[in-house]
Design a binder for this molecule. Structure first.
Ligand code: SF4
Length: 321
């Protein structure tokens, strides 16, 4: 197992400011070589969760276990070593790359920071990495603005894998790209995963990216997981009313409509705030009932074959023994 999160929680605010539980008691595990999708609308807490794993944001509570080692109590020096193994690819390759640095400097920087290579050895590694991600190795002295959006994301990926990490956290890696380029970048990631034996945590609000890339998926809603399972279970037999609404509304052809924001739920996440009591999805849920839904938060329970769901209407798994 590469990564295990146990009851991970992040609370913002306090001292006179409103308290927001951006990530609320999230637990899941990612097996080695797996692609685990974290699916959610903006404001669901998925990017905060992603940044807590390498402790770019400090968790308020909970545990992060990476390759058997708990991370939350490591000091900054030990964490720096762990971060060689956990790298991130960000959504917008233009804003995440320093425009004043050449490609050689951008891709080679992690080698310098972690004292892995310098001089001619660094140049060789940068050129090898450029070839691996489909960039022309003769373009090492060019700047980010001289590349297309897809090529810039390839630079971001090269920078992320040059230290030979185990886990890549992909935060909306293709959502800033043209649809025609998205598949090329996803295919590159799939190839790299196979050849470098990488494990992926893929953060996205794009259902088709999940279907194309992931083995398992968790749906986040207002900081909490409301359903989790393998991709077939989630797409073919969703149990939670939120997931059911998403799956009902997937159009097969129009890529502009496949994002979560286009799903026709009763209201959007901002106009239907949760009071903090009962089920967090109740303000938007077409199946909400007056009793438990408004007063008792449903726990995430097993519903069979490893699938999990958090809804009072879901029948729990019956233990056969
Ligand atoms: Fe809807 Fe109630 Fe289930 Fe929440 S617990 S998802 S409000 S039916």
């Amino acid at each position: 197992m590469t990564l295990e999160l146990r009851n991970l929680t992040k609370v913002f605010g306090g001292r006179g400011k409103p308290i927001v539980r951006a990530v609320d008691n999230v637990s899941f595990t990612i097996a080695e070589g797996e692609t685990f999708g974290l699916l959610g609308e903006s404001g669901s807490g998925k990017s905060t969760l992603a940044r807590m794993i390498p402790r770019l944001i400090e968790p308020t509570a909970g545990e992060i276990i990476f390759q058997g080692n708990p991370l939350t109590h490591l000091n900054e020096r030990d964490m720096r070593n762990v971060r060689e193994q956990i790298q991130m690819v960000f959504q917008n390759p233009f804003s995440s790359l320093n425009p004043r640095m050449t490609v050689r400097e951008l891709i080679g920087e992690p080698l310098l920071i972690h004292k892995r290579a310098s001089g001619a050895a660094l140049d060789d590694q940068v050129r090898d990495m450029m070839k691996l991600v489909g960039l022309n190795p003769e373009h090492t002295n060019r700047f980010p603005h001289e590349f297309s959006g897809g090529q810039r994301q390839r630079i971001g990926i090269a920078r992320a894998i040059i230290l030979n990490p185990k886990l890549l956290i992909l935060d909306e890696p293709t959502s800033a790209l043209d649809v025609s380029v998205q598949a090329q970048v996803l295919n590159l990631l799939i190839d790299l995963q196979r050849s470098l034996k990488l494990t992926f945590l893929l953060i996205t609000h794009d259902l088709s990216v999940v279907r194309y890339m992931c083995d398992a998926v968790a749906l986040m809603y207002l900081g909490s997981i409301v359903e989790q399972g393998n991709v077939n279970q989630i797409f073919k037999q969703p149990k939670h009313p939120y997931t059911q609404a998403l799956m009902r509304d997937i159009p097969s052809t129009n890529p502009a409509q496949r994002m979560l924001e286009h799903v026709s739920l009763e209201a959007d996440i901002v106009s239907a705030p949760w009071s903090g009591q009962g089920c967090r999805f109740s303000p938007r849920c077409p199946a909400a009932q007056i009793g438990n839904c408004k007063t008792v938060e449903p726990p995430l329970i097993p519903v069979g074959d490893g699938q999990l769901g958090a809804c009072h209407l879901i029948q729990p798994q019956v233990n056969q023994n």
